[in-house]
Design a protein around this ligand. Structure first.
Ligand SMILES: Cc1cc2nc3c(=O)[nH]c(=O)nc-3n(C[C@H](O)[C@H](O)[C@H](O)COP(=O)(O)OP(=O)(O)OC[C@H]3O[C@@H](n4cnc5c(N)ncnc54)[C@H](O)[C@@H]3O)c2cc1C
Length: 401
């Protein structure tokens, strides 16, 4: 059992040390609030894959003083090039790099997930008021008077933690959601993601550039970008696959994958051949939760609103959530239920807009022929500037709660 010493301010409990939980812990800890982060894994390490951090997210991380660490670990591709997967025609090109910084005042980073976790974790570890409790999975949570009470599975037996509030940053399969009365299940989205890394010296020369590539085709799309100073190429292919067996991460069969992309650009297929090991993720989605908050318990990040990866915004949205929730807690430090309610009111429209835009992109990216010809026409006409204008609402976001 873990309880604060008599007279000590009780901690805010955070379930989950993903990008949402760690960013929130960092913000609250910096503001002087005691925090306990409860994470079910024994070590927080992300398996090999990258994450794009658009200016709306990088702006928040820079404001936390993580600029130097990110500048060392992350890259800034010079452009995004959108192509047809079959026929390989170039559809449009949007400038990133300096152009993003000039227009949105913050970088468009790409970073290895493991490096991002390490940066956040190191920053959190430097704060004495943040306690990290690893290897403890939240089993149930409740409210008793003005306390949030969490039962965790501690291996050797159950353990209880008490705090002034509980924030569920425990991802898509949130257990904390049960404590707000939501027992709904996430559903298989009909999309499967294949993720892999290629050492750059094994990748075809076309993929050695500081460039993000997006390839669109019938029922699939592919994204790639350089990681770790261009030493690695991160490859993600998302396939519409309604017959796929829903499951979590598993190794993928390269032969099956190559068959699925028969007829696609030979250049891209050469990149696929260089992937050492594919990890396959069935992507799950859920209808909007009826509520994210009940009393002293609230949800942020994927726990509140998972995002399909067609906008590359799930992690960014989780970082935005952390910024708004910590600002609301600072605004009403003695009334955490009010802070949580205000957070939900502010964030719901933005999260819904991102979810809807992501789902729409899924349909556009995976359009079959001949509909895709109309899509390609629109994309070519829109051009890079038009594409950037289309997403400006996303990248301009600043934490002004
Ligand atoms: C293929 C793919 C590509 C993506 N690309 C991008 C991208 O480029 N940019 C972007 O912004 N987003 C991207 N996303 C989305 C992004 O990865 C997620 O939205 C983001 O990781 C959500 O962060 P989170 O902290 O809310 O949840 P998670 O990262 O899921 O973290 C939840 C944490 O809670 C822990 N946990 C779970 N249950 C319990 C429990 N009972 N008790 C205690 N701890 C628990 C977990 O172990 C984990 O550490 C992508 C997603 C996919 C699938």
């Amino acid at each position: 059992m873990s309880a604060p010493a008599a007279g000590a301010e009780p901690p805010i409990l955070i379930a989950g040390a993903g990008v949402a939980g760690l960013t929130l812990a960092l913000m609250l800890g910096r503001a002087g609030r005691p925090v306990t982060v409860i994470e079910k894994r024994t070590r927080v390490e992300e398996i090999g894959a990258g994450i794009q951090l658009s200016p709306n997210a990088s702006r928040v991380l820079l404001s936390l003083g993580l600029g130097q660490a990110l500048a060392r670990a992350a890259g800034e591709p010079e452009r995004l090039v959108v192509r047809r997967g079959i026929g390989a025609g170039r559809l449009t090109e949007m400038k990133l790099g300096r152009t993003m910084r000039d227009r949105f005042g913050a970088p468009y980073y790409v970073v290895h997930r493991g490096d991002l976790q390490t940066i956040l974790l190191d920053a959190v570890r430097s704060l004495p008021q943040v306690r990290l409790v690893f290897g403890r999975g939240v089993v149930s949570a409740d409210t008793e008077g003005d306390e949030a009470v969490v039962s965790v599975d501690a291996g050797a037996g159950p353990e209880t933690h008490r705090g002034s509030a509980l924030v569920g940053a425990d991802g898509l399969w949130s257990r904390v959601a049960h404590a707000i009365g939501d027992h709904s299940e996430a559903e298989f989205s009909g999309y499967v993601a294949w993720r892999g890394l290629v050492p750059v010296d094994k990748a075809p020369p076309a993929f050695h550039k500081q460039e993000t590539g997006l390839w669109l085709g019938p029922n699939a799309h592919v994204v790639h970008y350089p990681l770790r100073g261009g030493k690695l190429v991160n490859v993600v292919a998302v396939i519409s696959d309604s017959n796929s067996e829903p499951g979590w991460s598993r190794p993928g069969d390269p032969a099956l994958f190559q068959r699925r992309f028969r007829g696609w650009s030979p250049e891209l297929k050469a990149l696929f051949e260089a992937v050492g090991e594919w990890q396959v993720w069935s992507l799950f989605d859920r209808a909007p939760r009826e509520r994210w908050v009940s009393g002293r318990v609230g949800l942020i990040g994927d726990a509140a609103h998972p995002l399909l990866p067609f906008l590359a915004q799930g992690g960014a949205c989780a970082i935005e959530d952390a910024a708004i929730l910590s600002a609301r807690i600072a605004a009403t430090p003695d009334d955490l239920p009010a802070a949580l309610r205000a957070f939900e009111t502010i964030r719901r429209p933005r999260a819904a807009a991102l979810q809807n835009a992501g789902r729409a992109n899924g349909r556009i990216y995976h359009m079959p022929e001949p509909l895709a010809l109309a899509r390609d026409f629109v994309m070519r006409r829109m051009g890079g500037e038009g594409l950037m204008n289309r997403y400006a609402w996303l990248y301009e976001w600043t934490p002004t709660a």
